[in-house]
Design a protein around this ligand. Structure first.
Ligand code: ZN
Ligand code: ZN
Ligand code: ZN
Ligand code: ZN
Ligand code: ZN
Length: 339
């Protein structure tokens, strides 16, 4: 019998296959008179004119489409980080979308066109804001950084991956600093030098965007200024960008502490010093990848390694990989490599 509610005519046309199929009479099988609504994902007919013939769930606005309840609606759905449209159901793309950070941030074709240059995440470069009728708005889970006491001025952004779980103060960063110093003490020993007893000759803090100058080309998240006055012992001032996740903080901190220790050893003027500092940060990421406290931390370190390996900047990427390859068989020869 015809599957349309209230119609008792003989079913002559079968729609779909197997258990999930249904029959329509000659009249209701006419697609022009009775337009069919398809599941947006699997393309099965879920409505004939106004009659649901399979369970379906409407989404919208702005999507205004349906998914079959038996299959597609049960799959995980990814939404555009701007307008929240569904852009993927399971592994099936719905329309064109762009993906960032291994699919953790997706943008529909419309919102991709509204991403504004200069509004990317300072920690990773992924999009962090888009233009709407009401002006610039952060993408989902993204955040804005403003100067203290001036909330109207945006001086930096973090994307929806880097913002959640980020550190917000020096105090929150302290435990991660301690872990890094402990690891670097061992690293220095393995490489035949003592970790310097800096005392108060080394200071560090977290800093907001636009409060410290950035290194060109690759390491935009930290700074180490070493000051020498006559024969006095050197002083080192380290700043690491605030509002980044602990592992990004540690990666940056290792880089900057490597500047400090190599300056301390008078080896800091090497022409591949930036690649060298990134190499040591890479070693720490390898350590977290193998020994991180959680599978999520380990994965995050793996993601950092992948981005370091993909960096095509000469100093921070190419030189780093040269040093990594040179030291592949002699990981405890890093300081000697620099001499
Ligand atoms: Zn019918
Ligand atoms: Zn479906
Ligand atoms: Zn969108
Ligand atoms: Zn980011
Ligand atoms: Zn550097």
């Amino acid at each position: 019998m015809c599957a349309i509610n209230g119609c008792e005519k003989e079913g002559t046309t079968t729609v779909g296959e197997g258990e999930d199929s249904f029959d329509l009479c000659d009249e209701h099988a006419d697609k022009e008179l009775y337009p069919r609504t398809l599941c947006r994902c699997c393309r099965k007919a879920v409505r004939i004119a106004d009659t649901p013939v399979r369970g379906n769930r409407p989404y919208g606005p702005p999507d205004d489409f349906r998914l079959c309840t038996k299959t597609c609606d049960l799959l995980p759905k990814d939404r555009c980080a701007g307008c929240r449209r569904i852009v993927r159901v399971g592994n099936n793309p719905i329309g064109n979308s762009s993906s960032y950070r291994d699919g953790k941030i997706r943008l529909c074709a419309t919102c991709v066109g509204q991403v504004v240059d200069g509004c990317d995440c300072r920690a990773c470069g992924a999009p962090a804001a888009y233009r709407t009728a009401d002006g610039l708005r952060p993408l989902r889970d993204a955040s804005e950084v403003t100067p203290v006491g001036n909330e109207d001025t945006v001086v930096g952004r973090r994307c929806g991956v880097c913002s959640p779980g980020s550190l917000n103060s020096r105090q929150e960063a302290q435990q991660y600093y301690d872990v890094v110093v402990q690891w670097m003490t061992g690293w220095a020993q393995n490489n035949g030098v003592a970790y310097p007893d800096y005392g108060n000759r080394l200071t560090w803090d977290v800093a907001r965007d636009a409060t410290f100058t950035t290194e060109a080309g690759g390491q935009t998240l930290g700074e180490c200024v070493t000051k020498t006055r006559g024969n006095e012992p050197k002083r080192h001032e380290i700043q690491v960008l605030n509002f980044i996740r602990p592992i990004a903080f540690q990666r940056t901190l290792v880089h900057e502490l490597t500047h400090a220790i190599t300056n301390e050893l008078n080896l800091g003027n090497h022409d591949k010093i930036e690649g060298f500092c990134n190499y040591v940060a890479y070693c720490f990421m390898r350590h977290i990848e193998a020994n991180g406290q959680s599978a999520a931390d380990q994965q995050e370190a793996t993601d950092h390694i992948a981005r370091m390996e993909a960096n095509d900047d000469q100093e921070y990427g190419v030189n780093f990989r040269t040093i990594r390859d040179d030291l592949a068989q002699t990981p405890n020869g890093a300081i000697d490599w620099l001499r």
